[in-house]
Write a protein that binds this ligand. Sequence first.
Ligand code: PMP
Length: 364
Amino acid sequence: DRTRPYNFAPGPAAIPDEVLREAAAEMLDWHGCGVGVMEMSHRGKEFMQIAAEAEADLRELLAVPAGFRILFLQGGGLGENAIVPMNLSRGGQVDFVQTGSWSKKSIAEARRYADVAVVATNSGSADSAIPDPSTWALRKGASYLHICSNETIDGVEFHALPDLAALGTDAPLVIDCSSHILSRPIDWSRVGLAFAGAQKNVGPAGLTMVIVRDDLLGHALPITPSAFDYRIVADNGSMFNTPPTWAIYVAGLTFKWIKANGGVAAMDARAAEKSALLYEALDATGFYVNRVAAASRSRMNVPFWLRDESLNDAFLAGAKERGLLALKGHKSVGGMRASIYNAMPVAGVRALVAWLQEFEKTHG
Ligand code: PMP
């Protein structure tokens, strides 16, 4: 019953058909109240209910413990690159692990607010393997350690979060999980703060989710804009200023879609299945190349190159004809990239694998 092509875009990205249909059906009149969600006050009882349900569903899906607050903000991942150090650095030391383009961007931004050190990096390594945490040069006085738990451009993912306590530091771990949130459980015993833009695994751009441990609130630098001071946002239930109401509503529909489809455990299993199918096809003969070490390969963003790059245009044109969209790689690395978030059905990955094999047969 599929009427639309498969969309492999990295973000903004595919949203489940069921979610889009529901949002369309309710566009002019939400639950008989006479107006659509975009048109209603964020302080009215209808939207308050929508936001409360979205927050509760996200908490349930990710098993967020009581000692953590869920904040709905604006500003995106790059906004958080400044907002996190403003709130958590106390103007002191901040440690980073650099595993790709997004952590690198976070490092550059944090330098404007804190004394930053890169305690480990995979930069320059042939297989981009995430450096073993036991080798990280953590500083004793760091206010927190930041990692990008899934590098959207480089296709590098932490399959387990580091246990900083076991490494001898009580610094909280900050994770930028923008591009794999809700594709696997999060071990909150290892995390102080997680942030994610919505536009990959959750819904429309404009919503940024921040999940933060209570004791990390209330330490913002004086220069922090009030609308980005986590303490103020938390005290006001994410309604200190007008939140991104439409994005919160669609995110809420996606949370319900995930719940109806088996929750994060099912998304986790599907991510394993889909990424295994794809990497297996890419690794089969050497016609396609992905050099990331197996243990650090992303299950969400799969960059790959045709060994003969003069075939790139033909590959993309044929993919488009077959209803496989947005496979062109990020401009900084070239080649191809298939982003296979929660909304990508297994059938979409099978269709891509079929095209990989067909193209290789005719051009190999
Ligand atoms: N972090 C990661 C891991 C991302 O993938 C992105 C967006 N591709 C960002 C941060 C930046 O997000 P935004 O464009 O919403 O600022």
